[in-house]
Write a protein that binds this ligand. Structure first.
Ligand code: COA
Length: 175
């Protein structure tokens, strides 16, 4: 089954509501994460970028990108969620690549500055971190993330840290 797939940065309160609704359906409804943990202070941080994925114009996926906490630090991807009926159609992949492209663009344009050490060495790489639910580890590995060995509980769900270093814009999503 095919469908027109698009990912957009959230720019309106209505889109943000749609992103939250998807997250609540997936994390609270499906995975039983308490609502007060699902939505947190990072959602309202000025540097946080929210994303929506659409299939044939209908929102089916969401994710958020947290700004690096300091120059040169890693950006953080989180709350990656695709509605159950839309899974397996590369919506999650499209979301991840869009978040990576946005991360690269923000570094390239100086919105998220590099560290003084990176500036001095001319290093042109960008690190992205995320906290992967163990059931989604293989999804992230396929996308090039290196998953750590230590497991920990967050909201009652086993997680592992994962990281990817970009050395250029994600292919096909430079625009
Ligand atoms: C994990 C999730 C975001 C993946 O979204 P999706 O749109 O189904 O993923 P895609 O279709 O882009 O998958 C890309 C590939 O990874 C595989 N894949 C997807 N989820 C996987 C998983 N949990 N384990 C192993 N492989 C997986 C797909 O089969 C696909 O393989 P293919 O390229 O051979 O077709 C989605 O299943 C989801 O929302 N799960 C519930 C919430 C969740 O766990 N989020 C992650 C929090 S850390």
């Amino acid at each position: 089954m095919s469908g027109a797939l698009a990912v957009e940065v959230v720019t309106s309160p209505e889109q943000l509501d749609a992103a939250f609704a998807i997250r609540v359906t997936v994390f609270v409804g499906e995975q039983h994460v308490p609502l007060e943990l699902e939505k947190d202070a990072d959602d309202a941080e000025p540097g946080t970028v929210h994303f929506l994925a659409f299939l044939d114009g209908t929102p089916v996926g969401a994710a958020r990108l947290l700004a690096p906490p300091a120059p040169g630090a890693a950006a953080h991807i989180g709350r990656v969620a695709v509605l159950a009926h839309a899974r397996g159609r590369h919506v999650g992949t499209a979301l991840m690549r869009a978040l990576e492209a946005e991360t690269w663009r923000r570094h390239a344009e100086g919105v998220w500055p590099r560290s003084e050490r990176d500036e001095a060495s001319g290093t042109d790489s960008v690190r992205i971190e995320l906290s992967a639910q163990e059931t989604a580890v293989a999804f992230y590995q396929r996308l090039g993330y290196v998953v750590g060995g230590r497991r920990y509980l967050d909201a009652g769900i086993w997680h592992r840290d994962a990281v990817r270093t970009l050395t250029g814009p994600p292919s096909g999503l430079e625009g």
